[in-house]
Design a protein around this ligand. Structure first.
Ligand code: AHR
Length: 491
């Protein structure tokens, strides 16, 4: 039996709701088809946005959405995506599949999507191939309420009042697809570009600098040293790729026990990454003014057989559910430094919460984890400790359990915990101090390791009520089956 100690009297840090954020790029069928079908589509929509997708996303309370990329962002010229749609420029999406981008989804459409989702927009500007003037005038176009050519242009295009825009990224992966820069060069460019990202009226921009690729600690060191005082956030990108090479990343659905544990071990590396990048940030920013923004994370497999290799469409199984659960627990536990995270990507690309096929839509196991975890949004992380065992195959050893605990504004405790073992169930004895426990309720997501939803069987994996617990005085005992994610609410 494992022990879980929860100290309700010890609140550690606020779990900002933005940790439950998403990312949408002009890539494959994410924006077009997945989210935006246009006003004239037979698929039910509101101002071009799919009603089924928007409704499902509202249920998991999407707090923030990043757009337009990704690699696409550093080739995106925002002026191509405004004005009458029939006049918008067509271009080739060189990064993703060489398909025609007709720019029918641009700034106004993105802001409309955020309005419907009731989420914060997070826009990434083009530093790699765009000019300072272009970045400056985009922010002015979106947020200036006075008299200026940009504000006038926005009004002509039908948006009288400026939009509220908080999060703005100054380039994406500028160490790679965003210009192959060295950190010294990027730091100088960052300092220059961000100067012209202005605050108009009461719109205060939270400026996010391009951070490291995975474990490039030198990037963090240099950028924090040279540009740290000019930024509010620093990004971090890390993908869980089970294969050993990019040419062979592994199948999303066909994998063995060893690959299960290998994937989970790789995803647990996120904890070390955040710890080590945070240590470097602590040197330059001991007051933790600059937030770590994990604005791309998730699994990356070989594309589904028969699909466009440039579209990054993959299925999503219970393995992805565990990856999501572990990462969200990690972000919760690092919420003193991690202020936002954006799973890649929202619909039909990489580790999506939703997959679509024509007019049909399915919710993935990852969606259900976001649903189980949504109570953590804006709650306070509680001090907790869990005893664990090791499970695995060969060198791929992982803890059998992984968890995080928070308390919301009403004093309810939310425990999210998962069982990484493929074979063993586990009983946990939880002791809670600092709160009198009256009732417990919960939901569980479980299934075979590669169980997934399909358009023929859309509800094979879905959460059900969790009943396998027993409450006696302040001691709560519960049992997790193998391959499971559980969310408990303690009142
Ligand atoms: O999410 C897919 C791609 O992965 C993004 O465009 C890029 O930023 C990253 O390399």
């Amino acid at each position: 039996m494992e022990k879980l100690y929860i100290h309700a009297e010890h609140k550690k840090s606020k779990i900002r709701k933005e940790i439950y954020g998403h990312f949408s790029e002009h890539l494959g069928r994410c924006i077009y088809e997945g989210i935006y079908v246009g006003e004239n589509s037979p698929i039910p929509n509101t101002n071009g946005m799919r009603n089924d997708v928007v409704e499902a996303l509202k249920k998991i309370k999407v707090p923030v959405l990043r757009w337009p990329g990704g690699c696409f962002a550093d080739e995106y010229h925002w002026r191509d995506g405004i004005g009458p749609k029939e006049k918008r420029k067509k271009m080739i999406n060189t990064h993703w599949g060489g398909v025609v981008e007709d720019n029918s989804f641009g700034t106004h459409e993105f802001m409309e999507l955020c309005r419907q989702l009731e989420c914060e927009p997070y826009i990434t500007g083009n530093l790699g191939s765009g000019t300072v003037e272009e970045m400056q005038s985009w922010v002015e176009y979106m947020t200036f309420d006075g008299i200026s050519p940009m504000a006038e242009l926005r009004r002509q295009n039908g948006q009288e009042k400026p939009w509220h825009l908080k999060y703005f990224g100054i380039g994406n992966e500028n160490w790679g697809c965003g210009g192959n820069m060295r950190p010294e060069y990027y730091s100088d460019l960052y300092r220059r570009y961000q100067t012209y990202v202005r605050n108009f009226g009461d719109n205060k921009i939270y400026k996010i600098a391009c951070g490291p690729n995975t474990d490039d600690y030198n990037w963090t060191e240099v950028v924090m040293q040279l540009a740290g005082k000019f930024m509010d956030g620093l990004s971090l990108h890390y993908y869980t790729v089970p294969g050993d090479t990019w040419e062979n990343k592994g199948s999303a659905t066909e994998f063995d026990e060893k690959t299960w544990y290998k994937t989970l071990k790789k995803t647990l590396f996120m904890d070390e990454l955040i710890t080590r990048h945070s240590e470097i940030m602590n040197k330059y920013d001991p007051d933790k003014r600059v937030g770590l923004v994990v604005d791309e994370w998730g699994t990356w497999y070989d594309v589904e057989p028969g699909t466009h290799p440039g579209f990054l469409f993959q299925q999503n199984t219970m393995r992805d559910a565990l990856v999501a659960a572990i990462n969200l627990n990690i972000f919760n536990k690092h919420s003193d430094r991690v202020v936002m995270a954006n799973i890649a990507q929202m619909v039909n690309v990489l580790q999506s919460v939703i997959l679509t096929e024509g007019a049909n839509m399915i919710l993935t196991p990852t969606y259900h984890v976001f649903d189980l975890y949504k109570e953590h949004q804006d709650a306070e992380l509680l001090e907790s400790a869990l005893t664990t065992d090791e499970v695995g195959v060969d060198e791929y050893r992982v803890p059998n359990l992984h968890h995080s605990v928070s308390m919301d504004g009403e004093g309810k405790i939310h425990i999210t915990i998962c069982n990484l073992s493929l074979t063993e169930s586990r009983t946990i004895n939880a002791q809670i101090t600092g709160k009198t426990v009256k009732t417990v309720s919960g939901r569980i997501l479980t299934g075979e390791m590669n169980a997934h939803n399909t358009f023929d069987n859309p509800e094979r994996v879905k959460p059900v009520e969790f009943k396998d617990f027993n409450l006696e005085k302040d001691e709560l005992k519960f049992t997790l089956p193998p391959v499971s994610v559980v969310a408990l609410t303690v009142e």
